[in-house]
Write a new protein. Sequence first.
Length: 496
Amino acid sequence: MTLTAQLPALQVVLPMLTAPLVAFLRLPQLSWLATTVASATAFGIAVLLTQAVLGTGTLDYAMGGWPAPYGIALAIDEFGALLLLIVTGASTIALLAGKASLDQQIESARQPLFYAGWLLALAGLSGIVMTGDAFNIFVFMEISSLAAYMLVAGGPDRRALTAVFKYLIMGTVGATFYLIGIGLVYMMTGTLNLADMEARIAEVADLKPILVAAGFITIGLALKAAVFPLHAWLPNAYTFAPHAVTVFLAACSTKVSLYVLLRFDFFVFQGNLERHDVQFAGFLLPLALLAILVGSLAAVFERNLKRLLAYSSIAQIGYILLGASCVSLLGLTAGIVHMFNHALAKGALFLAVACIGVRLSRLWVDDLAGLARQMPWTLAAFVAGGLSLIGIPGTAGFISKWYLISAALEQGLTGVLTIVVIVVSSLLAVVYIWRIVEVAYFGSRDAQSPPVSEAPLSLLLPTWFIVIANVYFGLVPALPVDLASAAARSLLGHLL
């Protein structure tokens, strides 16, 4: 067997085996370097897997040579390839950019363990995306969650401990709900493999336990994904986590849970439960609209910069669900492509916040007064990320909203309401981004405040790389759109 054939296994095994090695390294510089090399290698593997998927279709890999459903199977399709690019890319950029920030926020003695946790989070998120087994999704979910709790609590702000406790409770409840749902499905079908599960549910005479399982799984994953109104853990977790951790988690953690929600629902339930697509849309659409409006309004009135962007993320999760609730090719394409585009926009914004965070001790909006004159490149990057978040033409965010509006036009009167909400939320995004621009560009710094220099080049270069990526994928969106549309066709292929 060639090395290329082993890439699906290496995608998970490489960061997982590197983690204990990193934990025993005594030099912080060496632990960061080993973690960054492992993450960059994982990103390279994700790129190769994406090329293979685009060329030959879904890749299947049987761990240990045991075929599904008897062994652990890995499966990478277009949807999974897109998520792997997001997860590994976000991890690599956050590590490359975040060294100066992490050196400030994490004590040297704790850095090897911190980076080991980072690699476990990367391995867990990658495993969730790749596994074709419902129970292994739970196992990888717990690996990534436990590592994420440690990463969020790793910073110097003790308020992170309270945030992590809430995150842990909500995450544990979500995982428990998911596990109960899996148990019910296993009780009725005797299998944990998703493809086998779909086939066997068709033979089940009494579908009531399957309906209950669908409810448990949906609510559990919605908790993990911070779907409104189950989002209470997210604002504080993003706010008090180390800046580099926020970049990593904001770009991919909730999206992986949404990936599982969509994959499980369409692959297992949609083809076996009568009119489940209507129930799915009826459940998600109001939550998506409320998430968009409530998240955007909360961001308008928020004074802490990281919390403001966290509430904005709740609204962006609403956009993804809004596209999925259309249960159409255009709608699912819009929701899936927005996973990629939001990772770019929010990645650029949180990287700009990390640049500010290495120079300022507080991140309140008022503290940014006049900062654009002293940190022009950082604030310009923030503005560019904000334009993508708003959806200005020429940015990645515009592609998402174009597809969402196109999908809404197919929905009749419901679509009109959807378009109104999209327009209103975009205007609210203009308001909360403008608040920061106004203070930073037109405000005056306190005469007693010490002068502030531009962010380190090691942090600024990756930030601008992501800013340029926002523009590139706004002008040349073929890769994410092709992957998203192929993923949407695959999901819709499981409808009754």
